[in-house]
Design a protein around this ligand. Structure first.
Ligand code: TXA
Ligand code: MG
Length: 334
């Protein structure tokens, strides 16, 4: 575990072709030189990540795009100018310099400029484009603290830069800019509503779908963010009473039940563990907490986690997307 004062050591490891855990404004990433096949292979090995799931390349300066990207549309340029640095990833046509291992065999590359002081400093110390997926074991909830990275990857990677808890808590929005209109592949910190103020955009059906066979974003087809506990998301008009009903049902069959609830309703569920998402009107807070709460569910040894669903607008789209994935799309409409 490296303190921020030892950032230079982390940069040297990256330059030497090692992989390093580091904070971004969304979640912790596991970085390696995006142009070095062997370095990138170490990321896949450490995470146990399927080879066809491409990585996001992180840059600190627009100049770096020259090496990575063959061309980009005026719409892509508007998104860069508006939202970078920030939690927005753009899929663009790649150059030959980007190895296929980085892009999971695709002829496109996903790029973003993170809005995090330490991340930008680290990137500029290396002066390399750094490929970095979330720094969790494949299938586990994404890490929002250095401790989470440590729990998953200790002994598998040489260093983690500890920059404290990340800000957003959900991963970046991914937008495919190789098609017209641009296509939202993964909801995240930058919302569809914000993007629509600048360019037209469609939401890929894979964002909502349960089973995706040939997804535009390979990440869509993998089960994600899952704790050991079974997660069930409850939506609809009667969320509280439905959750109370489910608590009774699962408790009577001997299961250890927890509820991921908003602060204003947690007292409706006595006698079970409450995983609090904070006030209902503060979705930023809920976003920053969900991955930590899913990890906590396992530490508490819960068998069942019932989640209070909410509207899928603005940041709610990203947070519900992650919760539904954690639930393996087990959603009950009350
Ligand atoms: O916030 C984030 O984006 C974090 C931090 C570390 O930057 N990174 C992250 O990476 O979430 P990862 O690997 O967990 O998710 C990358 C997503 C996957 O769903 C992947 O399929 C998609 O981006 N992706 C990457 N390259 C792509 C491409 N060329 N075309 C389509 N989708 C792509
Ligand atoms: Mg991930």
């Amino acid at each position: 575990m490296l303190k921020p004062s030892r950032l230079r050591e982390a940069a040297n490891l990256l330059i030497q072709g090692e992989c390093v855990g580091f904070p971004t404004e969304t979640v912790y990433g596991l970085g390696a030189n995006a142009l070095d096949t062997q370095a990138v292979e170490k990321i896949f090995a450490a995470k146990g990540r399927p080879q066809d799931n491409p990585l996001i390349v992180h840059i600190h300066h627009l100049k770096q795009l020259d090496h990575l990207v063959a061309s980009y549309s005026p719409e892509a340029r508007i998104l860069m100018d508006t939202f970078w640095p920030g939690p927005l990833t753009l899929v663009l046509p790649k150059t030959d310099q980007v190895p296929t291992v980085t892009t999971g065999g695709l002829d496109t590359v996903a790029v973003r400029m993170p809005d995090h002081k330490l991340a930008l400093e680290l990137l500029s110390l290396t002066n390399l484009p750094v490929a970095a997926p979330s720094a969790n074991l494949s299938g586990k909830p994404s890490p929002t603290t250095a401790q989470h990275v440590w729990e998953d990857l200790q002994g598998r990677i040489p260093a983690i830069v500890d920059g404290g808890p990340t800000g957003w808590g959900v991963e970046s929005t991914v937008v495919d800019c190789t098609v017209t209109p641009c296509r939202l592949l993964r909801p995240g910190g930058i919302t569809r509503e914000e993007i629509e103020k600048h360019i037209p955009i469609v939401v890929d059906p894979g964002v909502f779908q349960t089973e995706v066979e040939n997804p535009r974003s390979p990440g869509m087809k993998y089960r994600h963010y899952s704790p050991e506990a079974k997660v069930i998301v409850v939506v609809g008009e009667r969320i509280h009473s439905k959750i109370q009903e489910l608590i009774a049902q699962y408790t009577s069959s001997g299961s250890k039940v927890g509820v991921m609830a908003f602060q204003d309703s947690d007292f409706d569920y006595p006698d079970v563990s409450i995983l609090s998402m904070g006030p209902r009107n503060k979705l930023r807070e809920a976003a920053s907490k969900i991955y930590g709460l899913l990890r906590q569910a396992d530490q508490l040894g819960l068998d069942i986690v019932l989640v209070e669903g909410f509207l899928e607008t603005d940041l709610g789209m990203a947070v519900m997307n992650r919760l539904k994935k954690a639930a393996g799309y087990y959603v009950i409409n009350s």
